[in-house]
Design a protein around this ligand. Structure first.
Ligand SMILES: Cc1cc2nc3c(=O)[nH]c(=O)nc-3n(C[C@H](O)[C@H](O)[C@H](O)COP(=O)(O)OP(=O)(O)OC[C@H]3O[C@@H](n4cnc5c(N)ncnc54)[C@H](O)[C@@H]3O)c2cc1C
Length: 326
């Protein structure tokens, strides 16, 4: 470890150490922001020196290339929070969803129990509108504070932020690439605190039995929304499965499709389509980012060929891949 202006900084350090995939080449520079002030200081230095930078939380929704990142990667560990009223909490973006669940649960508030098993930070979750069981974090957001170009903080009300399925204005739209410093969430009084813990427990159990334990980055692809009834029926007939087994609220389960196309277990090097969940690719040992990408390309091509559907990525790849070759 090195110290630069009092900051914890590393040079040429493997990004595999900071991602749940356990994959990624070296970051030229990596800095840990232990609090909001450090986060602001690091980003000000990067901007001043015109150094490309990327902020990450738990690294649970991304794939870095084998070449790594020729710039500054910032690990966000800013974790302060304050109650603005009895059910309105402002949390810094480095807080994990797990930590957030316990802060709100202790106060007898519900809203986070369906999200707590997602292994990410609030910043990553808001950018990607993370969710589970038909709920997503965007539903709770009342305000987002972004870091301005001059180190100032800009408060953006929820009315100016758009959330959609695994997407937000911060991923695609007005505020793309902005740094989320903190988020204000509106929660609801819980009728029964024990019930909240039970929901959480059931989620943990479901995740333990239905999701792979090998390193991954969660679901690789978004479940495509198919509104055309005929197309849905056509796909179900082609895959020889009941429509309701494949579609929920017009969303097609990519995991199920991959299973029905018999792609589970498909392996390229140490990258493998999980046998437990078709929409997960796991790192069986020493998978490279190239192997993961090759497998992603393969699945995408197969689904396009067989169902004429182009799958969209849920994970983020750095640098973004060129899919034009498909
Ligand atoms: C086993 C497993 C299960 C999962 N289950 C689910 C699930 O049920 N539902 C779901 O939605 N997701 C799931 N995921 C995916 C992932 O956990 C979520 O997308 C999570 O919200 C990502 O948060 P993160 O902090 O890890 O973000 P990272 O992966 O670190 O970053 C993701 C993106 O957000 C950006 N970002 C991070 N912090 C900030 C910030 N402060 N400001 C601006 N941009 C920022 C990064 O630059 C990057 O572009 C799962 C992943 C795994 C490994």
């Amino acid at each position: 470890m090195n110290s630069f202006l009092g900051l914890e900084v590393y040079y040429n350090i493997p990004l595999s150490l900071f991602t749940t995939f356990r994959i990624g080449g070296k970051a030229k520079i990596l800095a840990i922001a232990h609090n909001k002030n450090e986060l602001i200081k690091i980003i000000s230095i990067a901007r001043e020196k015109k150094l490309p930078f990327l902020i990450i939380g738990q690294g649970s929704n991304l794939l870095f290339s084998d070449e790594g990142f020729d710039g500054l990667v910032i690990i966000n560990k800013s974790k302060e929070f304050k109650w603005k009223s009895k059910d309105l909490i402002e949390i810094e973006s480095g807080i994990t969803l797990e930590e957030l669940f316990y802060y709100t649960w202790r106060r007898g508030l519900s809203g986070i129990e369906y999200l707590a098993g997602i292994p990410g930070t609030v910043g990553g979750a808001v950018r990607g509108n993370a969710g589970a069981y038909g709920h997503s974090i965007g539903e709770l957001v009342r305000e987002v504070k972004l870091l301005g170009q001059k180190g100032n903080i800009n408060a953006i009300p929820a009315s100016e932020v758009k959330f959609s399925y695994r997407n937000s204005t911060f991923k695609q739209g007005n505020f793309i690439g902005e740094v989320i410093v903190s988020v204000t969430l509106q929660l609801k009084p819980a009728l029964d605190k024990i019930k909240l813990l039970k929901v959480r427990e059931m989620d943990l159990q479901r995740r333990a039995t239905s999701l792979p334990s090998l390193p991954s980055a969660g679901c690789i692809f978004k479940n495509p929304i198919i509104c055309d009834t005929c197309k849905r029926q056509e796909i179900a007939i082609f895959l020889n499965v009941k429509e309701e087994e494949l579609f929920k609220d017009n969303k097609m389960s990519v995991g199920k499709v991959i299973e029905l196309l018999e792609l589970k277990g498909k392996q390229i090097g140490d990258a493998m389509v999980s046998n437990l969940h078709g929409n997960f690719i796991v790192n069986c040992g020493k998978a490279s980012a190239s192997e993961i990408k090759e497998l992603i390309f393969f699945i995408r091509e197969e689904v396009k060929k067989q169902l004429d559907i182009l799958l969209e990525l849920e994970i983020e790849i750095f640098p973004p891949p060129k899919f034009n070759s498909l």
